[in-house]
Write a protein that binds this ligand. Structure first.
Ligand code: BDR
Ligand code: CA
Length: 383
């Protein structure tokens, strides 16, 4: 399906057909995927990060994934911490076969904003693990992404769990690359308000220029944003199950969880932390955990109050159903316009896109109980 996509020729039909393919193949789960001989190639781009660490452990405990590599980026904490934290998770999972390539240490055009208030100064909620013995490979992350995508054209899905600096750098430096990427499945964005500012979710807020490159790339996008990840609070019962399991992965997850729960409670939170990034990983493993709707999504990069907002547009809005043929027709006629003309400048508002074409499958709701069954079940499972 990767070959069907290009920024300039992405049609609604090809987006829907290909997204359906992505969903159907993911829903097949481990048994069917493996029976078909198909482990699914992924690169995980991440900024560990408490919930990133959980997502990495989940991925490394998921037999249906062929993890081609992990590319840490600066985000929740500086790269000097996200890189060793990723290496630590790889060692704990006994997966030193997975290459780790160091990514960007700052956003494309901005100073780095971190989230130590949520992830602790060390990025793992204060849970201490030994200095990793494993070293990163020599390639920088963006070169590594390019090399692997070109080696397996149309096969590699990029799972992004942090600011999208590495992916944007890879795409921007290689014009033919985007159409060779199977898809991007991201934790990022929100159509229902932000968590850093009223408008922006953290991963997009930190590097909106990078996110804009990704959203305008023509790669089929799957967005697992705050709309659903806010419904994924880790509980004491989950922690107990991890503690009881006793495997290295479960022990590490329990240590990170217990530190973070204590930190959260000390800050007055009654619930959480939320498992944002593991939900994006789970969405790739089993999209039937969520409900979905197609949108055209772009990134606000200029707004004084809104930089980093994911702005979603759909011809099917609200609760007034319309005949399917009329929805199609309206979509075809629907241009995407920018802000109203100012008094001294242009006389009409600019047309940013002459036609509405969805570029993103957005997660709208989640079956949280089933999600946690997958997450905790795999983390607590026997090695
Ligand atoms: C996202 O921001 C980070 O703090 C988390 O790791 C997650 O990727 C949630 O907004
Ligand atoms: Ca993250």
């Amino acid at each position: 399906m990767g070959g069907d996509f290009h920024a300039s020729d992405l049609t609604r039909r090809s987006f829907v057909a290909s997204s359906a393919g992505l969903v159907a193949s993911a829903a097949a789960g481990p048994t069917l995927a493996q029976a078909a001989g198909g482990m699914r190639r992924v690169i995980i781009d991440t900024d560990p990060g408490v919930d990133d660490a959980f997502a990495l452990l989940l991925a490394m405990r998921s037999p249906e994934l062929k993890i081609e590599g992990i590319t840490p980026v600066a985000g929740n904490v500086p790269l000097a911490l996200t890189l060793p934290n990723a290496l630590r998770m790889v060692e704990i999972a006994g997966r030193s076969d997975i290459p780790v390539a160091a990514g960007a240490d700052k956003p494309l055009e901005r100073r780095l904003v971190t989230a130590t208030y949520a992830h602790g100064e060390n990025g793992l909620g204060g849970a201490i693990f030994p200095v990793p013995k494993l070293k990163p490979i020599a390639d920088p992350a963006s070169d590594f992404i390019r090399r692997i995508v070109r080696k397996y054209p149309g096969e590699v899905t990029l799972i992004t769990l942090g600011p999208q600096t590495n992916v944007a750098t890879a795409i921007a430096s290689d014009p033919g690359l985007a159409k060779l990427v199977k898809g991007v499945v991201m934790m990022g964005g929100s159509l229902s308000g932000g968590n850093v500012t009223p408008a922006a979710e953290f991963n997009i807020y930190v590097d909106p220029e990078a996110a804009r490159i990704v959203f305008q790339s023509g790669i089929p996008l799957t967005m697992v944003g705050l709309d659903v990840t806010r419904k994924t609070a880790l509980t004491a019962a989950h922690l107990e199950r991890l503690q009881a399991a006793g495997t290295p992965v479960a022990k590490a997850a329990a240590q990170i969880a217990s530190n973070t729960i204590n930190q959260n409670r000390a800050q007055g939170y009654l619930k959480g932390p939320n498992m944002h990034d593991p939900l994006a990983m789970a969405a790739f493993l089993d999209p039937s955990l969520l409900t979905w709707k197609d949108y055209y999504v772009d990134i606000e990069t200029k707004g004084e109050l809104t930089a980093g907002e994911t702005v979603g547009y759909s011809p099917i809005q609200g609760d007034q159903p319309r005949r399917a043929d009329m929805v199609r027709e309206a979509a075809e006629r629907m241009a995407i316009r920018g802000s109203a003309p100012s008094l001294g400048g242009a006389t009409i508002s600019p047309v940013l896109r002459d036609k509405y074409v969805p570029n993103t499958r957005v997660a709208m709701d989640v079956d949280s109980a089933r999600f946690f069954e997958l997450l905790i079940g795999r983390l607590a499972g026997k090695a």
